[in-house]
Design a protein around this ligand. Structure first.
Ligand code: CU
Length: 145
């Protein structure tokens, strides 16, 4: 009987040790997880900064030269949600290149032979928006990022 009591005492002692170890693991593990969490948040902040830098490169004002044989540049990049002012410059321009359209946005503008016209829009969705003459012979793309 006495021997059994002694054994029980040993068991509860080692049980206590195990509980202490488990407690330490939780505390230390929690601390490591917290540090990792902080690290991840820091990285996310840095990524956000990079994104903002990219956005600075994008202009909300783009100029397209409209010639009788097409548009240049034919690729422009704008930011999603930004109001874009698209300046269309003609210089002795003839033909249907002057009949400027952005079908997806419902924009149509008959440009003067020589001068500057402006169309404005907000690019609501990421992706590409085609601009073209009314017949679709001359084309360009607005990349919304
Ligand atoms: Cu055309």
């Amino acid at each position: 009987m006495k021997r059994q009591n002694s054994k029980q005492s040993d068991d509860s002692k080692s049980f206590t040790n195990i509980m202490i170890i488990v407690g330490l693991v939780i505390v230390i593990g929690g601390g490591i997880a917290w540090r990792l969490g902080s690290g991840l948040n820091a990285d996310a902040t840095v990524d956000q900064g990079d994104t903002d830098q990219d956005v600075d490169v994008v202009s909300d004002s783009v100029t397209i030269n409209v010639a009788s044989n097409g548009y240049s540049p034919s690729q422009v990049t704008v930011k999603q949600g930004q109001r874009v002012r698209m300046k269309l410059v003609t210089n002795n321009t003839y033909g249907c290149a002057r009949s400027f359209t952005i079908p997806k946005l419902g924009i149509t503008k008959n440009l003067q032979t020589t001068g500057e016209d402006t169309v404005e829009f907000v690019a609501q969705e990421k992706g590409s928006i085609v601009f073209q003459c009314s017949m679709g012979m001359f084309r360009g793309t607005i990349n919304v990022i």
